[in-house]
Design a protein around this ligand. Structure first.
Ligand SMILES: [Zn+2]
Ligand SMILES: [Zn+2]
Length: 227
């Protein structure tokens, strides 16, 4: 196994097994992701241990998550190798009752001001390509996030934000699947109203940037109806 395993070659799934909430780390040795090594979270050791090897009494096959819940997150496998046979991903028990939970850094909530109104969006990054994902908008009445692109097609795909100071905030997804397409991730600055005053702008000598800057300025004036 490589020294550092990065997404999409691993994932963490949360689900219900034998009536209890469980967390599993899944490592895919191959690109086709058909087979995997399944690790359970050992609370006493606070690290992941291979399920298959533990059953075979081959202890100590472990993996640690580094920089958990951050953009730098990766998995560091231990030195002891597997003697177990990789499991078929689609048939894992943890899938039987999965809690559709997404944790940082796989989502981002952005608050911005557009036309003078504060708006909030949730962006859920695609597991394969982090430049793509699904965009949700907050519903004022419930505080939940809704995919408006799916609403147009009659599908209500909802995501609920949960505060969890101990383990990191997370999102619970509804069972409805997106019928809309993945879209590119956009930074809030592209949505944000740009408020300019003389102290915070300068004109660059590069002609393209000057042009861009001028068009920002005129669009701001239009929005505010300034003379
Ligand atoms: Zn193993
Ligand atoms: Zn959608």
């Amino acid at each position: 196994m490589p020294e550092k395993i990065r997404k999409p070659f691993y994932k963490i799934i949360e689900g219900i097994v034998q009536k209890a909430k469980r967390k599993r780390l899944i490592i895919f040795p191959n690109e086709d992701k058909k087979y995997c090594y399944e690790y359970f979270l050992s609370k006493t050791k606070n690290r992941y241990m291979c399920c298959g090897c533990t059953i075979l009494n081959h202890k100590g096959v472990r993996a640690d998550i580094q920089f958990e819940n951050t953009e730098k997150e990766y998995v560091k496998p231990g030195e002891t190798g597997h003697i177990c046979t990789p499991r078929e991903y689609a048939t894992l028990k943890i899938h039987e009752k999965t809690e559709n939970i997404v944790r940082a850094p796989d989502f981002v909530i952005q608050t911005f001001v557009k036309y003078g109104i504060e708006r909030k969006t949730l962006f859920l990054f695609d597991q394969q390509n982090r430049e793509l994902g699904y965009e949700y908008h907050v519903q004022k009445t419930t505080g939940n996030f809704l995919c408006q692109h799916c609403v147009k097609a009659g599908q209500y795909v909802i995501a609920k934000f949960h505060l969890d100071e101990k383990n990191g905030n997370y999102i619970v997804l509804s069972e409805e699947e997106h019928v809309c397409d993945l879209r590119p991730y956009k930074d809030i600055n592209e949505h944000q109203d740009i408020i300019l005053n003389e102290s915070n702008f300068k004109i660059y000598p590069n002609s393209n940037e000057t042009k861009l800057f001028m068009s920002w300025m005129s669009s701001c004036k239009e929005k505010r109806g300034n003379p």
